[in-house]
Write a protein that binds this ligand. Structure first.
Ligand code: SIN
Length: 297
């Protein structure tokens, strides 16, 4: 395989690797290091079915089955459908607004996510340009940019992440199909705390782990200071120089590391401009055995 690093310093293109075939140990190790180092990997011109996507993804960790039990591939519940298409009765066939704001997948969970693996089946185009890009920010570059005195102050602190924050914000958008979370759904996903800075399990460097989608409170600070510092950290990590935007092509497999990035599915396409993607969510259990991350704070 050839790994070509993107010019902006975030992400790489992996060429000459057919993901429909099993990876050997050497290929797996090269990809794991490349993913930790470059944060986002694109494998263009793949031809996969849901079984092959699942088999490739699960080499990197346990696959999450979404608790909503909706929009799953008929063969594999681990493969979720992201789509704005509807069936012959006009019913949605996939999540149409998944991830459409800045967030880190599953930071709200005691056991966090490592990677997302998406396979682009239909990509909308307008005037020759792809729509529905996936945008990324580097939490590694964000950490490096935090002023030294603030880094020292926050060292050892923890952040509360709440699933309901993102969900409730998305519900406010015009046309949202998201129902209000019931008390039992809220109770099933209670807020969790994680260290504000994480040591990256592959590269060993430090990243900021506090994303605007789910982070609600720096636990060791009073509410006003927590709010002020969180806003500072949110603005800092979204600086344009820390961003990379993936422009989709049909057949792309896009894989990213949720520890060294946050992401945003850009919602710039209309209902009749179809975007249809298969997605697997890989948990970080290979690096943080279940239940151990919170103990590191
Ligand atoms: C996600 O947050 O996993 C969805 C990203 C995308 O659809 O681009």
């Amino acid at each position: 395989m050839n790994i070509n690093i993107n010019s902006g310093g975030i992400g790489a293109q992996v060429l000459n690797l057919d993901l429909s075939k099993p990876l050997d140990e050497d290929e797996y190790s090269q990809l794991e290091i490349a993913l930790g180092t470059h944060s986002v990997l694109c494998f263009p011109a793949q031809r996969l079915n849901s079984t092959q996507l699942k088999e490739f993804s699960q080499r990197f960790g346990t696959l999450e089955i979404n608790v909503a039990n909706m929009f799953q591939d008929t063969l594999h519940p681990e493969v979720m459908i992201l789509s704005n298409k509807v069936d012959e009765k006009g019913e949605p066939i996939g999540f149409k607004d998944a991830g459409q704001d800045w967030h880190t997948d599953m930071s709200y969970s005691k056991d966090i996510a490592f990677s997302n693996v998406l396979y682009g089946i239909e990509i909308p185009y307008r005037d020759g340009k792809p729509l529905g890009n996936t945008a990324f920010c580097s939490t590694r570059k964000a950490y490096a940019a935090i002023p030294i005195d603030l880094k020292e102050r926050l060292k050892g602190m923890t952040v509360t992440h709440d699933f309901a924050k993102f969900w409730d914000n998305m519900r406010k958008r015009p046309g949202s199909l998201r129902a209000e979370l019931t008390p039992s759904q809220r109770a099933a996903k209670p807020p969790v705390s994680h260290p504000i800075f994480l040591k990256h399990p592959i590269t060993g460097d430090t990243v900021l782990y506090a994303n605007p989608g789910y982070a609600i409170r720096i636990n060791e600070l009073d509410e006003a200071e927590s709010e002020r510092i969180l806003q500072t950290l949110f603005e800092l990590q979204l600086r344009p120089e820390f961003q990379y935007e993936h422009r989709w092509r049909v057949g792309d497999v896009l894989m990213w590391d949720n520890i060294s990035t946050l992401h945003n599915a850009v919602a710039d396409y209309k209902a009749d401009e179809h975007r249809h993607i298969m997605r697997c969510q890989v948990m970080a259990d290979r690096y943080f055995p279940r239940g151990t991350l919170a103990m590191k704070a």
